[in-house]
Design a protein around this ligand. Structure first.
Ligand SMILES: [Zn+2]
Length: 488
């Protein structure tokens, strides 16, 4: 038995000012065949799991290239095709294969291709033929198009948000693909389009219980897998939105009914899934009114993980203006300011300009006398079992506010993004993180309270505030809630 695996993944923000090229992938994560390290990264979990299962269960695994770029704007078309074709050539060379396992984020768009994953899967199917089994792992912030579902056999999405379960879901994917190859099951997929969009953090209700319910339905009565596609707010593509995916063992009618029933439950609870967003001043007031710290305040409006630049200065400026003490904010992406801090040296107080560079939505840069409180080379933060680089970094202090400056753009995932640059989190009243919800895995446990604020950065927290052109309407909350419908 011979299985091919590869990964091409990013999350394409149609409104981001940062263009994405092949180099963006190579700078973030590029593993040509055979060079992938023996640890999981979130989009290459199928490779990581399949490698171990191949050793245990005696099948042959052919490893193709793996690409991941930090979310940003649309990928340049020629570069997308170049990476796609690199993987397709490797697959052709590996033929004949019995199965293909792909780690695809699911919200990648190129300048001339809205549905990159559908395009890839259609080409993979054409190469391997109808009998080979194609298994795909997706991030729930994907666009679950008919084309991609029709061109694979099994698709599984992470259930948790923060996405701490990418390895467990990859294990399930590999198990279902192997069972299909042994003719023990015949997976059939059903997709229901909820015709809405909302955020679904599973660190709070009602999404926490909904994930538990999805899990409880699996592995009995012919139900193999249940996934909720949250959709991706900043992807302006026709299929943007929330969808339910059910995989059954050759029980299409049953899968359809379950996908529809769960989808209707999601629709009924619309407006309750997303956390409440405070204004910045309300968040500051509430954080300092708390009995004890630290209060973690997320600002999803400048989340690099969703394609924002992460160099907006609104939150820092307001904390400084209000004379707040024992506060910190991060990460701010500013490679030039990081280089200046390294050149100035630890303990130096000097005049620094930082932030506010990538776009008009970044706000104005801050000019201030700062003290360098920590320096770090090639920093890494933890996210579950994965490590994510933030490059060189520097910690600075302005009055009572400390800021983590980083050279390699990423969101706040692990506490190292502060601790590596001399920022002590335990003593803080206010910890401002540029992240939508992935911060929760590491910062939730150290927080006395978690708040979500609208920092008025480049990514509006209200999905109605984006100038969508391609998204199919009507779609709630941009429009009145239309009827839901089966897609597959
Ligand atoms: Zn995601």
């Amino acid at each position: 038995m011979r299985i091919f695996t590869a990964s091409l993944a990013t999350e394409s923000n149609s409104f981001s000012p940062i263009p994405t090229s092949r180099k963006s992938f190579e700078d973030t994560m590029y593993f040509p065949p055979g060079t992938h390290p023996d640890r999981a990264t979130h989009c290459t979990a199928p490779l990581y799991v399949a490698r171990r299962r191949a050793r245990q269960e005696g099948f042959e695994l052919v490893e193709g290239s793996c690409f991941w770029a930090e979310p940003a704007g649309l990928t340049r078309q020629a570069d997308y095709e170049d990476m796609r074709d690199e993987i397709l050539r490797q697959l052709e060379a590996a033929m004949p294969v019995d199965a293909v396992l792909l780690g695809l984020h699911g919200a990648m768009a190129a300048t001339e291709t809205d549905d990159c994953e559908g395009d890839i899967l259609e080409r993979v199917r054409a190469i391997v033929g109808p009998k080979a089994v194609i298994g795909v792992e997706h991030d729930p912030h994907c666009h679950l198009t008919q084309k991609r579902v029709r061109n694979c056999d099994v698709m599984i999405l992470y259930k948790e948000y923060p996405h701490t379960d990418f390895v467990e879901r990859a294990e399930e994917l590999v198990t279902l693909v192997l069972k299909t190859l042994k003719a023990e099951i015949k997976p059939v997929m059903s997709v229901f389009d909820c015709r809405m969009y909302e955020r679904f953090p599973t660190s709070r209700e009602p999404a926490r219980s909904f994930v538990d319910k999805m899990t409880s339905l699996e592995g009995r009565d012919g139900v193999l897998s249940v996934s909720l596609c949250h959709g991706y707010s900043q992807g302006d593509v026709p299929d943007r939105g929330t969808r339910m995916l059910v995989v059954t063992d050759n029980a299409k009618a049953k899968g359809d009914a379950l996908a529809r029933a769960l989808g209707e439950e999601v629709r009924e609870k619309r407006g309750q899934w997303s956390p409440p967003f405070l204004s910045l001043d309300e968040a500051i007031d509430e954080a300092y009114a708390a009995e004890r710290g630290p209060v973690v305040v997320a600002d999803p409006s400048d989340n690099a993980g969703g394609g924002a630049a992460s160099d907006n200065t609104n939150v820092i400026r307001r904390l400084v203006e209000r004379g707040c003490v024992d506060a910190c904010v991060g990460p701010v992406w500013d490679p030039v300011a990081v280089a200046f801090c390294h050149a100035a040296g630890l303990g130096t107080t000097f005049q620094l300009r930082f932030g506010g560079k990538a776009a008009a939505t970044s706000g104005d840069p801050i000019d201030a006398e700062v003290t360098v409180i920590g320096l770090c080379r090639n920093g890494e933060q933890s996210f579950g079992t994965a490590k994510k680089s933030f490059g060189d970094a520097a910690g600075i202090r302005i009055g009572g506010v400390e800021v983590s400056l980083i050279a390699s753009r990423t969101q706040a995932l692990g506490t190292e993004i502060f601790s590596a640059v001399g920022i002590d989190l335990a003593s803080k009243r206010y910890i401002g993180v540029k992240s939508t919800n992935h911060f929760y895995a590491a910062f939730g446990p150290i927080a006395s309270k978690v708040l979500y604020c609208d920092g008025k950065g480049p990514s509006p927290v209200d999905p109605r505030d984006y100038p969508f052109r391609k998204m199919r309407r009507p779609l709630w909350p941009n429009d009145e809630l239309p009827q839901g419908e089966m897609v597959v």
